[in-house]
Design a binder for this molecule. Structure first.
Ligand code: GBH
Length: 460
């Protein structure tokens, strides 16, 4: 890859840190949700997770040994600003301060996400993302963190996957805060958008001029499940992608989205000036990609199914299962979906730099008697998707980096610890880390790429 391309790995605070009641941290919506019986598989919680809060030095060593250019992690809002308002908590800040310094000492660029789903519970009690005040609180928090870490962070990401926060959290109810209210989900989407815009502006005012401003979206690649499914694909694109891309990139909310959802909300939560506020200029768009989706119009029988869905306003949309090969999540392995996504973004938004901030796969890894984790399926998945990134770059797409999800096995939200995404295995009974074959494969890929970069000064 070109000089400056960032090879990395990603994690998120609630999924790895544990230590939920240490260092002055207050509860988040995920503490509440995971401690509510029936919400997370096997009753798993993030109370201990991978114990990264105590094992961070060892994890930074791993990051350095892998030879990563960058490490993407998230700051826990309730750890650095307990309760979600007021002055920062010095002990919480000190944790990230040390982490950032340790990464920089090893020549690893910190890529920081400010919100990866762990809203302080107090803000949820005050209404959460469906209320406007949460966007303002988020901007205040972002500015305060920017003030203390802003001189050392390479890339600031406001939000991780606001689609999941809004729709899986407030319409489907499979994630915290577990609500099933479509109108609240649309209001949440708007206030997440607004929070991004206000936080972006607050960050710009305090961080280094060289720092990159970003946001990460889980963009949906929809393919028609039958001929003529154009409208189904359009609706998926509107509610799945353009609801964020539109206002964030300066085009406001799409008219077709407003139309599709007019039976659910009148959009009166959008005030004059909000769309301009959301359109804070970003330097790079983070993209998380795992799989593609099939869509078609619903059959009459499927349309009577009233299971809560994240697809608000899409009662006539059906999402059939995609064919094998599947990962343990049931997600189809198809790197061409990632290539299609990158090419499509480049065509629709020429000149917008992109970065793959998450890509990876869960498989049922086990440690062999000889201490090895043979995850050839994960290597094949990653190799295929790195190939897709290379093809997109060759076709002229400006892709600035690629981050594997995830550095470590971790708390996979509603699936608890049952799904393993790491390139490094974690034994939850002891906290012990073991490199999987994929970790060695990734280290070697990066070494060879770097060697090529040094001898040719350009793409390998
Ligand atoms: C990411 O979410 C998260 O950022 C990360 O924390 C998580 O651990 C990782 O991926 C692995 O799950 O079937 O209609 O819901 C990814 C969430 C999963 C959301 C696939 C979109 C497909 C649409 N995405 N999902 S639907």
């Amino acid at each position: 890859m070109r000089p400056g391309f960032l090879w990395g790995a990603a994690t998120a605070a609630y999924q790895i840190e544990g230590a939920v009641a240490e260092g002055g941290r207050s509860p988040s919506i995920w503490d509440t949700f995971s401690h509510t019986p029936g919400m997370v598989r096997d009753g798993d919680t993030g109370d201990v997770a991978t114990d990264h809060y105590h094992r961070w030095r060892e994890d930074v060593d791993t990051i350095a040994e892998l030879g990563l250019d960058a490490y993407r992690f998230s700051v826990s809002w309730p750890r650095v600003q307990p309760g979600g308002k007021g002055p920062l908590n010095a002990e919480g800040v000190a944790f990230y301060d040390r982490l950032v310094d340790a990464l920089l000492e090893r020549g690893v660029a910190p890529v920081v996400t400010l919100y990866h789903w762990d809203l302080p519970q107090e803000l949820e009690d005050a209404g959460g993302w469906p209320v406007r005040d949460t966007a303002e609180r988020f901007a205040e928090y972002a500015g305060a963190v920017g003030e203390v870490l802003g001189d050392r962070v390479h890339t600031w990401t406001t939000l991780n996957e606001p689609w999941v926060s809004a729709f899986v959290g407030h319409a489907e109810g499979r994630h915290a805060p577990g609500r099933t209210d479509p109108a609240a989900a649309l209001a949440a989407a708007h206030h997440l958008n607004l929070g991004h815009g206000l936080a972006g502006r607050a960050l710009r005012a305090v961080v280094a001029d060289t720092a990159q401003l970003s946001v990460t979206l889980n963009l949906h690649v929809g393919r028609g499940a039958e001929a003529g499914a154009f409208d189904a694909v359009r609706r998926l694109d509107a509610l799945g992608n353009r609801i964020f891309l539109g206002p964030m990139l300066g085009d406001g909310y799409p008219a077709d989205l407003r139309q599709d959802t007019s039976g659910i909300t009148d959009w009166s939560f959008v005030r004059d000036g909000d769309e301009q506020a959301i359109a804070v200029p970003i330097d790079v768009l983070g993209v998380n990609y795992y799989t593609y989706m099939l869509v078609r119009s619903r059959t009459a029988e499927a349309a009577t199914d009233d299971t809560p869905s994240p697809w608000v306003g899409c009662a006539d949309l059906e999402i059939p299962a995609t064919p094998p090969p599947h990962t343990e999540m049931g997600w189809t392995v198809d790197p061409s979906g990632m290539e299609e996504l990158l090419l499509g973004l480049h065509a629709d938004h020429p000149g917008l730099p992109l970065m793959i901030t998450e890509n990876g796969a869960a498989f049922a890894d086990t440690v062999d008697a000889d201490g090895r984790v043979r995850d050839a399926d994960r290597i094949a998945y990653l190799e295929g998707h790195v190939g897709a990134v290379r093809r997109a770059i060759d076709a002229g797409v400006d892709v600035r980096g690629y981050f594997v999800w995830s550095l470590l096995d971790n708390f996979e939200w509603a699936h608890g610890y049952s799904k393993r995404f790491g390139i490094v295995h974690v034994d939850y009974a002891t906290g012990r880390r073991t490199w999987k074959d994929s970790a060695r494969w990734y280290r070697d890929l990066l070494r060879n790429d770097r060697r090529g970069r040094m001898t040719h000064g350009q793409d390998l």
